[in-house]
Design a protein around this ligand. Structure first.
Ligand code: PLP
Length: 501
């Protein structure tokens, strides 16, 4: 908790994180979780959710998804929409609530995967977007004033972003950052943190979710693509130093890319001083430091995670909040000397990073991003959303204690983690190949239990991100959080071995 001022008030920080988690303690709890047997829902409780909720109250969703399976692979388009026992169809989103096709209402902790810090469809943004649509429509392929306004807003809040170029997605921002880093440093290798997600481009689909998995999940991508990509271990500066040193003798490291809170939006939280350590190593070896702030800017604060940690990356990747939940959310920002490689246009005779995108920086996305950020600033939305995350996490921790469960709840402001099985907390070590098959089997079993938990939360009226992450927004009130906690408690009471009298 921040210190109080003379008037006994806690001064506003503008940041979503009021207190950084004690990462050593959290990691200890998480390691203990993965070393214990799985605690899943009682089979009769799961059957009850399926028979009495999904099969009785979600019949229209089920019918539509079955129809969709004929023309859409798997029945849904978005990875986050895939829910057990079948995906639901949503028709309305407003503030902190979601509404499905069958008329059921939910608390929304998915928040579209992160972008809607103000909550869904805030009128202050909607009204401006409607005005824009009526005058110019969503896209022209030409410059619009809102591109300038958005770039100026970002640059004025994030000093390292002297220049900003908007792109179509976070994936594109990450791809562009590597091209710029290679041109600027004339070096070859890229290092990423094991377990981190930087979109689905060929080169970065490496070491996904679980550190040490290298190309395990990179189906459809030839292995030679990863010749110049490697992963270092989260929270381990020595492993990064070793790789940087090794790369010196084979073309050098162009960039070190990290998610500043830790892999998968801080699911494996980084020590508070880790980013500063990465900065020093980048300087030592002449590599560019790339912050992937697709989730953290502007959820942690309007100056991003870099403002919170007081660390200056060379390049920053944007996504999600940069378009306020509207489409085409991506971008890259950084110092002028690097961003010059992103100049648009057809000038010959100059080396430029190859970047494109018909819909990138369209007037709709630029206006939505600009008005979202202005409204977030006016309402101190990051801090408000963070306070709701603190309340939710404290409530979950209390309940975990009450029912003596091995689960772990922690948060970085409005990014909340509820680990009931800890699938992403395992490590894979390729040199101990005899362990890999059994670890993968254990991870798969735990993932299935996590999906069941997600299904139970959903049946109790809570939408989470894959059953283990929750984003809070400024649209939540304390009353909403307390009501959500009651719903979580109903699920916890259905866990195998919980004694409810
Ligand atoms: C940290 C991080 N980087 C990059 C991406 C990719 O962004 P997009 O889905 O917009 O391509 C994501 C998406 O979730 C992300 O969480």
């Amino acid at each position: 908790m921040a210190p109080k001022n003379k008037k006994n008030e806690i001064p506003s920080s503008g940041f979503s994180i009021s207190e950084y988690p004690d990462t050593k303690e959290v990691m200890q709890q998480l390691n203990s979780l993965i070393n214990q047997p799985i605690r899943s829902l009682r089979r009769d409780a799961l059957e009850n959710y399926i028979d009495n909720y999904y099969e009785k109250k979600c019949t229209k969703s089920k019918k539509m998804i079955n129809e969709a399976k004929e023309v859409i692979p798997g029945g849904v388009q978005h990875n986050l929409a895939f829910n057990f026992p079948f995906p639901l169809v949503f028709t309305k989103a407003s503030g902190c609530k979601l509404y499905d096709l069958d008329g059921n209402t939910y608390y929304d902790f998915l928040q579209a995967g992160g972008p809607t810090v103000l909550g869904s469809n805030p009128p202050a943004v909607l009204n401006e977007v409607i005005k824009l649509l009526k005058t110019c429509g969503p896209s022209t392929g030409l410059f619009h004033e809102f591109e300038l306004k958005l770039a100026e807003f970002i640059s004025s809040h994030i000093p390292t972003v002297q220049m900003f170029r908007m792109l179509g997605s976070g994936t594109e921002g990450c791809m562009a950052s590597i091209r710029v880093a290679r041109l600027a440093t004339k070096k070859k290798h890229v290092l990423k943190m094991g377990g981190a997600y930087h979109g689905w481009s060929d080169m970065l689909a490496y070491g996904l979710r679980i550190p040490g998995t290298r190309h395990f999940e990179s189906h459809g991508i030839p292995k030679y693509v990863f010749k110049k990509t490697n992963e270092f271990y989260p929270n381990d500066l020595e492993s990064l130093d070793r790789l940087l040193f090794r790369n010196k003798f084979s073309g050098g490291t162009a960039a070190v890319m990290i998610e500043p809170l830790g892999p998968e939006s801080g699911t494996r939280p980084l020590d508070k001083d880790f980013n500063a350590g990465v900065r020093k190593l980048c300087d030592k070896y002449g590599a560019l430091m790339i912050f992937d702030e697709v989730v953290t800017a502007f959820r942690v604060g309007l100056s991003g995670a870099q403002g919170y940690f007081g660390v200056e990356p060379d390049l920053t990747v944007f996504g999600k909040v940069v378009a306020g939940g509207y489409p085409s959310a991506g971008g890259l920002g950084g110092k002028k000397e690097y961003m010059q490689y992103m100049a648009a246009g057809l000038q010959a005779g100059m080396k430029k990073a190859l970047v494109g995108g018909t819909m990138a920086a369209n007037p709709l996305s630029s206006a939505a991003g600009y008005f979202t950020l202005k409204e977030m600033e006016r309402t101190n939305a990051c801090e408000k959303a963070g306070a709701m995350g603190d309340r939710l996490t404290a409530g979950l921790q209390k309940m975990i204690g009450k029912y003596s469960l091995p689960f772990v709840a922690f948060n970085q402001g409005s990014i909340c983690h509820l680990e009931t099985v800890g699938t992403m907390l395992f490590d894979i070590n390729f040199s101990r190949f005899w362990e890999i098959a059994s670890k993968m089997k254990e991870i798969k079993a735990r993932k299935e239990v996590m999906e069941e938990m997600g299904a139970a939360y959903m049946a109790e009226g809570i939408v989470t991100l894959a059953g283990s992450r929750m984003y809070t927004s400024a649209a939540y009130t304390e009353k909403d959080i307390d009501e959500s906690l009651k719903r979580f408690e109903r699920v916890f009471r259905n866990i195998e071995g919980v004694n409810v009298k």
